[in-house]
Write a new protein. Structure first.
Length: 476
């Protein structure tokens, strides 16, 4: 196994903490430097949120968490780092000062990735530091986008690292202030301020217009694909013909910006307090992360938008292994969408977990996607679940699968579900019949699949369904 790489995080605020979590949960060691005496507490809070959400996006387990170190000096954090992420305040003179210190300690061929929200890479690198913009969106540990801008050689170095930690690198060959994402956010923000200033809408109405309507469309299609659909079968050309003239209508105030005077600032603050003041920031962060996990897992199912990034990253995560001689067919953290009002994993989720563990066993015997495309599969005809211990949001579960029977058309499996501490929390026994997908009737599996299934059944005969090593369980 290759030695873990190290990321140096310079600045441990909200964004720096998000970067630390993203790298740590993808198996990197992280060295943090921030002179703020509260930095460790802030990063600890971000990590707590990240541990409960990022692993839940995947149907495979992320790598073992890396080692987190707090350094007493910037040079100590940087000197052996494979990646340096700068996330200090948005003051150009401060960034230049920090870059001079980083450059003096950088390993050979090292460079600096800046989290800046708006400065061009050429401005950041104007004093000679090797800086590339790698601009994320909050929360960094969940949202995949990283806008990358700067010298071509540094962009080329940054992009594969960003991809390896499950993010989507949006490469900008031409430098612009504030990049792409922030320019869109700024446009919406300015229009919202004018609506408030003119008394047209409240903060709550504006947020509802986004989250109940076009925000959901933009999340999975973006702007141009969404508008293409609005043009019907004729596509974008039809849309432009129908709605293009509206660009000349006086709908928007984007050509002007309201002054953020005391009155407007007070209006915004009061309305925001009325809208969300009943929740603490911590509660809002948890709500935000749970909502994002639910949306992103939904997109993951179809591979649309950010869901495709998660699927691509998931394919790089390891699978397989054994526990007590039985194959591991699934490792997965419990997403919030699997929990109920009692705060624990609900019955339907156990069935889904068993489904994907069965799928893992089918992969082992060759009943994979190609096999199914060729016209055959296994269909479930009976499932029995025994619940032995509560399971909560974000817990990492490992499933081992024993083949109880693998002769002819039948495949009988016994899944054991273990918590991270080894506790057996549930068992699932399932009976499947091999099926010809063209006739939808039971049929004999192909010889190579039948042989692998029988081999596993023989190998697993020494285990009873009570569990290897005498673990608690039940054969039903």
């Amino acid at each position: 196994m290759s030695e873990a790489k190290t990321a140096a995080i310079i600045g441990g605020g909200v964004i720096g903490g998000g970067w630390a979590a993203r790298f740590l949960l993808n198996g990197w060691n992280v060295s943090v430097y921030d002179p703020d005496p509260d930095a460790a507490g802030k990063i600890r809070a971000v990590l707590e949120n990240a541990r409960g959400s990022l692993p839940a996006l995947y149907d495979r387990a992320l790598p073992p968490e890396g080692r987190l170190t707090y350094c007493q000096s910037l040079a100590e954090a940087v000197q052996s780092a494979d990646w340096v992420q700068e996330s200090v305040s948005e003051r150009l003179e401060l960034k230049h000062k920090v870059y001079a210190e980083i450059t003096a300690a950088l390993p050979e061929d090292g460079f600096i990735a800046s989290s800046t929200s708006g400065f061009k890479a050429s401005d950041l690198a104007s004093k000679g530091a090797p800086v590339v913009v790698v601009h994320p969106f909050n929360p960094v540990y969940l949202l995949p986008l990283a806008e990358i801008s700067g010298a071509a050689d540094l962009r080329a170095k940054a992009i594969p690292i960003i991809q390896s930690i499950g993010m989507f690198p949006l490469e900008l060959e031409i430098e612009i202030d504030a990049f792409i994402g922030n320019r869109f956010q700024e446009a919406i923000w300015r229009e919202a301020l004018w609506m408030l200033k003119d008394g047209i809408a409240t903060t709550d109405q504006i947020d509802n217009a986004i989250r109940m309507g076009f925000g959901l469309r933009l999340a999975q299609m973006g702007m141009f694909e969404t508008y293409r659909l609005a043009g019907g079968e004729a596509g974008m050309e039809s849309y432009m013909a129908q709605f293009g003239p509206s660009l000349q209508w006086p709908w928007s105030r984007l050509t002007d910006v309201p002054e953020l005077d005391a009155a407007l600032t007070r209006t915004i603050a009061d309305q925001s307090d009325a809208q969300s003041g009943h929740l603490t920031i911590s509660e809002l962060e948890t709500l935000r992360d749970d909502n994002l996990v639910a949306i992103l897992r939904g997109l993951r199912r179809t591979g649309s938008g950010a869901g495709g990034v998660i699927l691509q990253h998931e394919q790089t995560l390891p699978v397989g292994g054994e526990i007590d001689g039985l194959p591991v067919t699934l490792r997965q953290a419990v997403p919030v969408t699997w929990t109920d009002y009692n705060g624990h994993m609900n019955e339907a989720a156990y069935l889904e977990l068993g489904t994907w563990a069965t799928d893992g066993l089918m992969q082992l015997i060759g009943a994979n996607a190609e096999y199914i495309t060729a016209g055959a599969s296994f269909f479930t005809v009976d499932t029995r679940v025994r619940y032995l211990d509560e399971v909560h949001r974000a817990e990492l579960l490992t499933v081992t699968t024993q083949v109880l029977e693998g002769v002819g058309k039948k495949m009988k499996l016994f899944h054991r579900i273990h918590k991270a501490d080894g506790t057996l929390c549930a068992t699932i026994e399932t009976l499947l019949l091999h099926t010809d997908l063209s006739t939808r009737r039971a049929s004999e599996p192909l010889p190579e699949v039948a042989a692998k299934l029988m081999a596993l059944a023989r190998a697993h005969k020494c285990y009873d369904a009570v569990g290897a090593g005498g673990a608690v369980g039940q054969r039903t």
